[in-house]
Design a protein around this ligand. Structure first.
Ligand SMILES: [Zn+2]
Length: 297
């Protein structure tokens, strides 16, 4: 059970958001900056995302009438304008995902602010508006990240893991919804095999890897919750995996009472419930800590 379930529109039993992080080949450029440009295998593996997988995914969404969320690093927005234009044309949401997929915890506060702004610029140039949502590269948000999001008027973050369903984060400067992630609905563990960036996972069969996400859905559906896989076009957008996902989606849309929406719409729905006084989300107060917790003292 879920202690504080959110009433979804039209009595839907579960809110669902398939989220894709379109990292393309930025991952190899940030991890091997000196020679990534001439490492053709990882560059090509990443480029498969915007060029082959994204059109495939968007076609499924078009056919099934779905609008969903993508997170794209600013460098990828600039490098793959066709993929980004196709997402926008389909009415999908595009969120901020760093500029070069930089890890916030590896940067100083000033460096973080600089790259955050570069990411914003790329998004505003492509879409004409500020992104409403953010997902930290490798989920590595720190307090400075949250402060930047509040400062720039973001509606939600989607990097943290303190609940099963969306919740509210409050700081002294403001508030932000959290659309919580976790590794059980991330396609990196079952499908990533990428020695150059330190991942050598045993690649699962499409049915086995995706089965974990579908079991997560069943639990959320039973509890009236929120199901959000965190996928990557170059992993789950591959032919056999996406075929399974597409067939599963067709079945779920036909047989279940679900609300598929972009994360910004889900956040707006919760806000409207709060405005009407009909729902109060659980709140996490941040910062969690203001310094190291010295063990044993
Ligand atoms: Zn990413």
């Amino acid at each position: 059970m879920i202690q504080n379930p959110i009433p979804w529109p039209n009595g839907a039993r579960c809110a669902c958001a398939i989220t894709f992080d379109m990292d393309a080949d930025v991952l190899i450029h940030i991890s091997k900056p000196a020679d990534a440009h001439d490492r053709l295998y990882p560059v090509s593996m990443g480029k498969y995302g915007p060029t082959v997988a994204v059109p495939r995914i968007l076609e499924t969404y078009r056919r099934l009438g779905l609008k969903q969320s993508f997170f794209v690093p600013g460098w990828c927005v600039e490098q793959y304008p066709q993929a980004v234009e196709a997402m926008l044309e389909g009415g999908h949401e595009i969120g901020h995902h760093g500029y070069l997929h930089e890890d916030p915890t590896a940067l100083s506060g000033d460096e973080q602010a600089y790259w955050f702004a570069r990411g914003m610029e790329a998004h505003v140039k492509a879409s004409g508006k500020n992104p409403r949502g953010y997902r930290a590269p490798v989920y590595n948000a720190n307090q400075k990240t949250i402060d930047l999001l509040v400062e720039h008027g973001f509606v939600y973050d989607s990097s943290l893991m303190a609940d099963d369903i969306p919740y509210l984060m409050k700081t002294d400067a403001g508030e932000l919804y959290e659309m919580p992630v976790h590794w059980g609905t991330d396609d990196w563990p079952p499908f990533a095999h990428y020695d150059e960036i330190g991942y050598l996972m045993p690649v699962r069969a499409p049915s086995t890897g995706l089965q974990a996400f579908f079991e997560e859905f069943e639990a959320q559906y039973a509890a009236g919750g929120f199901w959000m896989p965190i996928l990557h076009p170059f992993l789950t957008g591959r032919l056999a995996r996406w075929r399974q996902m597409e067939q599963w989606l067709e079945n779920i849309l036909e047989t279940r009472d679900v609300w598929f929406a972009p994360l910004e719409d889900i956040a707006a729905h919760i806000q409207s419930l709060r405005d009407a006084g009909t729902y109060t989300p659980r709140t996490e107060d941040l910062p969690y800590y203001t310094g190291p917790q010295h063990l044993g003292r």
